[in-house]
Design a protein around this ligand. Structure first.
Ligand SMILES: [Zn+2]
Length: 505
């Protein structure tokens, strides 16, 4: 497995009579001893507990291509079966065009491995027709489609099948797989009031703008962020496979059931999280929360409470759209195009009503200063979230607008932007991807009558050059949502307000 792309590994074994006593060893080419020893222990034990005799001979195993790091235990089953076939204990007729993918338990059971979906997709691309996996991986494996999935519970069942003594029932995809609906997404209809916050969500979704929400506890920041996926476009087939593969690599489908993820994912890691669990890595170099939020929302609540270096590890991936995970002998790249939503209380004491704040002067500034400036600079819009007003809560007869019409407006605005940049011969799809200098170039520059408010802020040094560009990007998204061909003075004003988090005077 390299990133989310699987590579088919061929296992070859030769078994020959030992020349001298004590030479009955297993040799595997190009692998560290620790990996070889662990695999050998599992395979020997699994065979012994399945009443199968491990050859008392020299065994030599080759993995190809040899340059690939073959870590983990996914090759256990292939290793056991290859050795038995090489020793002529097993017939191999039923193994034509077949991939074997499972860890072996010491008792001989087949165990699930992370990343079964991308691994089998690679096998399918390589022309293999049948996959033998553990029952726990069967649901995920069936998502590949057009491949026969066999899931014996243990080595004995597989051996009986290889001898032609029994048949194995092919696994079918989980019932709900393939349905387009994503009925469990939290919906905007659950919100009461909060028109400003709703509008900000719509703008963030339409332009792909990262956002920062500031508000007292109980003002509904989490509730708002959780509803962002419901107005983002559903994933295309290719995106669904890519996102589901990332979740498969994290082992999210243990238990046997699996369906393609067809909507923007939502990940809300806790502030106690380490860099490794946010960015990815560890024993199998699996994806972290950031990559799991790919094509969806990464929600960082209580942002000032996070360790600075942990949050700062997001900077490079936010820029490049991919995250590099280093491990001992290689680096793995996972896609990581996310919409980042940061949230924070207005101050360290976090009272329910702002009037009750007892923070000494300066504490508030220091509190936000815990989030590094380079990270804050990547946030396009900021909103103050207030708890819904009493009248909004009480007026239950007034229906809140559900997500569907908002999602339609978002989709329409995204289409307008994508068409505009495509017609101009550019590769950008979302307004957030357009570089600042391009927006200030003669082709896209707006007249001073439109940009006046932002120009003034820049001249008075209330915003940086980067901040100015962010306002332009937001203004294009606001114009797309309002069906303006180009941003107007009003669109620029709204953008500046969203950038600064307050109304400009
Ligand atoms: Zn306070």
């Amino acid at each position: 497995m390299i990133g989310t792309t699987g590579v088919v590994v061929t296992v070859e074994a030769s078994v020959f009579k030992s020349t001298s006593k004590g030479d009955e060893a297993v040799r595997m080419s190009g692998l560290p001893d620790s990996v070889v020893n662990q695999a050998q222990t599992r395979v020997r034990s699994a065979m012994a507990n399945s009443a199968l005799l491990f050859p008392e001979k020299s065994v030599s195993v080759n993995f190809g291509p040899a340059s690939l790091p073959t870590t983990g235990s996914a090759a256990d089953l292939a290793l056991a079966v290859t050795i038995m076939c090489a020793d002529e204990m097993l017939p191999d007729q039923r193994l034509a065009d077949t991939v074997l993918l499972a860890e072996l338990g010491l008792d001989g059971s087949l165990r699930s491995v992370p990343g079964a979906l991308p691994a089998l997709l690679a096998a399918h691309r390589a022309g293999l027709k049948t996959a033998i996996v553990s029952p726990e991986n069967a649901g995920e494996a069936a998502l590949v489609g057009d491949m026969t999935i066999l899931a014996p519970r243990n080595l004995s069942e597989l051996v009986a099948w290889l001898h032609g003594q029994t048949e194995l029932e092919p696994s079918k995809p989980t019932e709900t797989a393939g349905t387009a609906a994503s009925p469990h997404l939290p919906d905007l209809a659950d919100l009461r009031g909060q028109p400003r916050a709703r509008r900000a969500l719509e703008i963030a979704a339409a332009g792909g703008h990262h956002m920062f929400m500031v508000g007292p506890p109980g003002s509904g920041k989490t509730m708002l962020a959780e509803r962002l996926p419901s107005i983002l476009p559903p994933l295309t087939d290719a995106e669904a496979v890519e996102v589901t593969s990332l979740h498969s690599l994290r082992g999210r489908f243990a238990g046997g059931r699996a369906e393609l993820i067809r909507h923007a994912p939502f990940e809300a890691p806790h502030h106690s999280m380490t860099i490794q669990s946010l960015i990815g890595g560890g024993r199998h170099a699996g994806p972290g929360s950031l990559a799991l939020a790919h094509r969806g929302v990464l929600f960082i609540d209580e942002a000032p409470e996070w360790r600075r270096e942990v949050l700062d590890s997001l900077r490079q991936p936010l820029e490049s759209g991919q995250v590099l995970v280093r491990r001992a002998e290689s680096t793995v790249a996972y896609p990581a195009r996310v919409l980042l939503v940061l949230a924070a209380n207005p101050c360290p004491c976090a009272p329910n009503r702002p009037i009750e704040c007892h923070c000494p002067p300066g504490d508030r500034k220091r509190y936000f200063g815990r989030i590094s400036r380079p990270l804050r600079d990547r946030i396009d819009l900021r909103i103050d979230v207030e708890a819904p007003s009493a009248s909004a809560i009480l007026s239950d007869q007034v229906e809140s607008e559900p997500s569907e019409p908002a999602a339609k407006r978002v989709a329409a605005a995204r289409q307008v932007a994508a068409d505009r940049w495509a017609e101009a011969g550019e590769t950008w799809k979302l307004n957030c991807e357009v570089p600042g200098p391009a927006l200030r170039s003669p082709r896209w520059r707006l007249p001073p009558t439109a940009t006046g408010a932002a120009d003034g802020l820049l001249r008075r040094e209330r915003i940086t050059a980067r901040g100015y560009d962010r306002i332009l990007k937001l203004a294009w998204t606001i114009a797309d949502l309002r069906e303006h061909a180009r941003p107007t003075a009003d669109d620029i004003d709204s953008a500046a307000e969203l950038r600064l988090g307050y109304t400009i005077t």
